[in-house]
Structures are given as C-alpha cells and as structure tokens.
Ligand binder design. Structure first.
Ligand code: C5P
Length: 408
C-alpha cells in the first residue's frame, strides 16, 4: 500500500513560471491516495488557474485565510495543524523570504508557521535571484530550522539563459515526499538499509566491456520501497537502464570490485542488505590500456573470477542478508543451495529470461523454513512483498537495540 494513502498533504504553490509543472505533482499524489490541499499565493494565480489544481485534486484550492470554516480550530491555522506534510513547489524567492522572516500574511505562510509537520521546499527562480546572498541566507536559515530544501536544477530557464534555478523533476520531489512521510510513519524508520542494483561493466579496453542485461528495476524498486518505509537507504548501483529513486544515498559503481568496496563502506550501522545487483562473476585478466585493434579471425579473452561479495560477509550474523538468484533451470534447487552456501537469510529466486530487464517478475522467496511463491507482478509490488516477508520473518533482529558497527 502506498505511503501516500490517507495522508493530508498541503501543496503550497507560489509565484514562479514553474507553477504549471506541479499540476502533475498534485495529480500523482492524489492518484496515490493522498488528500491534497493546494494553497496558492496571489502571485501563483497569475501563472496557473486554480481550476487546474481543483480538477486534479478534487478539492477546492485555498487562498483566503479568512475563509476556512473548521470545527474547533481557528480556520487559518487548521490546515497546518492537521497536515502530515507541507510541500512548497515552486517556492519563489519572495515566499522563501517571508517564511524565513516568520511572516504570516497569507494562508500559505500562516500554514507553514503553524505546522508541526515536516516542510519540503522546492525553490525555482531566476539564477540571479537564487544566487543572491539574501536568498542564499534565507535558504540556509530554513535548512537550519529543519526544513528540507531540494537543490534547484541546472539548465535552460524560461528566459533565454542557462543556469541554476529550475524546478527539479516531479519524480524527484515525489520521492522526497515519500521519504519524509516514511521517516514519520514507516515501519523501517531509523534503520539503515543497503541495496545493490543494476549490472556490472568489466572493462576489456578503454571502450569495451563485458556486461549483462540487468536493468536495475528490481533493486531501484526495493530502494524506493525501503525509503517509503522510512529507512535510511544507501543504494550501490552499477549501470542501469532507468533513473535511480530520489531520497536515497546513491553510490555509482561499474565493476564488481568497485561494488564490493562500496558495499563494505556502506555496511557499518546497516541492519539489512538487499543484494539485488547482477554482479559479474568474471573480469578480463588484463585490461588493454589502448583500444584493441582487430587482427586475426579469432580473439581469445582470458577471464578471472571476481570476489563473491556476499561470501565475503557471510560471517555478519547481525546483518539480515537477502540474495537474489536468477536461473534458467533448476531454479528452486539452485537458489536453495545458494541460500546455504552464501549464508543468507533469504533468497529471491527468479526465472532469469522472464525477469532480467523486464518490468515484471514472478519471484519465489526462500528462507530456511519458508517458501513463498509470489504472483507475476510489477517489480514495485515484488519489492513490497520482499520487504513484508523480511519484516515478518526477521522482526526481532531488524529492530534489535544494539548493533555492532564493524563490517567483518
Ligand atoms: O551465485 P550467483 O551470482 O547466482 O548469486 C547471486 C547472488 O549473489 C546475488 O544476490 C548477487 O548480488 C550475489 N553475488 C555476489 N558476488 C558475486 C556474484 C553474485 O555477492 N561475485
């Protein structure tokens, strides 16, 4: 079930040309089951009509702090009091300045001043306005007060100029909203989770590599699901076909060696490792320093074994380890053998051809005493089912009070 379901979100829209983009955010949050109250500043209404937001959220757009009839609570503070999260997107320089100064001269600033909920700010403005020391000082004040500020994106502005000040992708804002709600309400809140995802590229020469067809979809879905449940997620990702989720710490790697090092660096303090990456078993024995030229009809490439990342941490009994097995035959039998050989708590067995690179999977979850067959479904749902099973089967270890901080 989406973390958004039943949540009260205040979406503040202030005066910036990027205001039209957040109509999509209002739509997505509403479709995910949230009650989205859009609050517009006077300037925002010059950029987009309230009817757009009203149509997308199915709720009236609010702009008048004197016109909020509420039972028991004084109208103008009611919105902020009952909100699970306040997000302001786009946040204009003027709105940021008013919030930083504690001014409450309209419904949006009053709501922010009166809310105990987390506040997420997505500034979007002209690059000179963003770089202005006044705006920078306001942003740093707001950060210090515990508000989350999304870094504006760099690129082409509405005016003919290139610079920093664009509203980030809606998916990024959405991901951060999910993360903040997870940290407040999620079942994994406060826990550190390490997820590996994607393929490995093992170089042959400066332009060629040995790779595999892993798209990163299952690992990215797991990272997003753990984030939505409030975990502090480190996502160690090899090359992948899709954009990584927002609101996680992303460590990009290419080779199995780099992945092993990144996993070891991420493990201190972690409670759960989801080893979803399709790690390369072999690498070229010698990597050519220059591009190889074709010569003979045959070319022999010598490969050597890569380290097994899971085997290297098999002794870590404090860490719950979930491995993944993609096989073309004898799926369950091979997966069960790997569960034992690699010292895993659970292994997710997938039919390789159907699952690798695809948007869906039909996984079997195998642990020492259980075998759960999941239906063919989108990888997001598989991710949720995997974390449900981990939370059910290893609840005590997951929420154990003291953990060792070493990686051996
Ligand atoms: O042995 P096999 O590659 O099928 O095992 C798959 C599981 O082991 C996956 O969880 C994968 O991420 C992990 N693995 C690893 N190090 C390797 C190869 C695979 O940790 N060198």
């Amino acid at each position: 079930m989406s973390i958004m379901r039943g949540k009260q979100i205040v979406l503040g829209v202030s005066g910036s040309i990027a205001a039209y983009k957040v109509a999509e955010l209002a739509r997505r949050l509403t479709l995910d089951g949230a009650a989205v109250d859009v609050v517009m500043t006077e300037a925002a209404k010059r950029f987009v009509g309230p009817a757009t937001f009203q149509g997308l959220t199915g709720r009236p757009v609010l702009d008048d702090m004197w016109a909020l009839p509420e039972d028991g609570v004084v109208g103008h503070v009611a919105l902020g009091q009952r909100a699970d999260l306040v997000v302001i997107a786009p946040a204009s320089a003027n709105t940021l300045a008013r919030i930083a100064a504690g001014i409450s001269d309209d419904l949006l600033t009053t709501t922010v001043l009166a809310t105990p909920a987390p506040v997420l700010l997505a500034p979007a403005m002209n690059p000179h306005m963003l770089a202005n020391p006044a705006t920078q000082a306001n942003l740093s004040t707001l950060r210090q007060r515990g508000m989350t500020v999304i870094e504006p994106a760099y690129g082409r502005m509405a005016e003919p100029m290139i610079g920093q000040g664009r509203l980030p992708d809606i998916a990024e804002i959405e991901g951060l909203i999910h993360g903040l709600l997870g940290q407040r309400y999620g079942s994994l809140r406060g826990l550190k989770v390490v997820v590996t995802a994607g393929a490995n590229y093992e170089p042959i020469d400066p332009v060629r590599f040995i790779g595999n067809r892993s798209s990163g979809r299952q690992g990215y879905a797991l990272a997003a699901e753990a984030r939505d449940r409030g975990a502090k997620v480190v996502l160690v990702s090899g090359p992948a076909a899709i954009e990584p989720p927002a609101g996680v710490e992303l460590v990009r790697v290419e080779t199995a060696h780099e992945m092993e090092q990144a996993v070891h660096a991420a493990l201190p303090g972690a409670r759960l490792l989801l080893m979803c990456a399709a790690v390369a078993d072999y690498r070229a024995a010698d990597v050519a320093p220059r591009k190889l030229k074709k010569a003979d009809d045959e070319f022999v490439l010598r490969l050597v074994r890569n380290p097994d990342i899971l085997a290297g941490i098999a002794q870590r009994s404090d860490l719950i380890k979930v491995g993944f097995a993609a096989e073309t035959d004898n799926l369950i039998e091979y997966a069960q053998a790997k569960l034992e050989r690699k010292g895993l708590d659970m292994i997710v067995a997938n039919e390789a051809v159907a699952s690798i690179g695809s948007a869906e999977s039909a996984a079997t979850l195998i642990s020492a005493d259980r075998l759960i067959q999941l239906p063919q479904q989108p990888k997001q749902q598989t991710a949720a089912a995997i974390l449900d099973a981990v939370e059910t089967q290893f609840a005590a270890r997951l929420h154990m009070q003291n953990i060792r901080n070493d990686t051996t």
